[in-house]
Ligand binder design. Structure first.
Ligand code: ZN
Length: 154
């Protein structure tokens, strides 16, 4: 996902800072935000901590979605391909990610060098419900999957 909405950060800051912005991901407890049904520490938390590498493009997609939820900027940046990676990540304090639906995947397996994942990410932004649909491209370099680019379709 490319939706970092840095432009909103000043306004959000003015309307009341979100205290959870800098909460370390390691403190996140409970079910994984990717809705796998597993605990965060045993699911995307393993990737965020660096204890495991995403084996498929879909796994990376799920873990990046979870990283938006737990606001792990470091993980988002290190799983972003250097060709398209922003210099830094800022989270929109008014953004609450609610649910991820993987709509389709193409390639992106452990032996592929590229993959495509289409998803719908449901969120609330300053109280308004909305959905971001995106088709993301991933590439595998040196055995690791990276997010390359995404096309938002609505
Ligand atoms: Zn997960």
């Amino acid at each position: 996902m490319t939706h970092a909405a840095a432009a909103d950060s000043e306004r959000a800051g003015a309307s009341g800072a979100d205290r959870s912005v800098n909460r370390p991901a390691a403190l996140y407890e409970g079910n994984c935000p990717c809705l796998s049904g597993e605990q965060y520490v045993h699911c995307c938390g393993r990737f965020h901590r660096g204890d495991a590498e995403a084996a498929t493009a879909e796994q990376l997609m799920r873990s990046r979605y979870s990283a938006f939820v737990v606001r792990d900027a470091g993980y988002l940046l290190r799983t972003w391909h250097p060709d398209t990676r922003p210099a830094e990540m800022e989270f929109d304090a008014g953004m609450q990610w609610r649910r991820l639906d993987i709509l389709s995947t193409s390639r992106g397996g452990p032996l592929d060098s590229e993959g495509v994942v289409e998803f719908a990410a449901h969120y609330r932004h300053e109280g308004e419900r909305a959905v971001q649909r995106e088709t993301s491209r991933f590439v595998r370099v040196g055995g690791r999957w990276y997010y390359l680019s995404g096309v938002v379709s609505g």
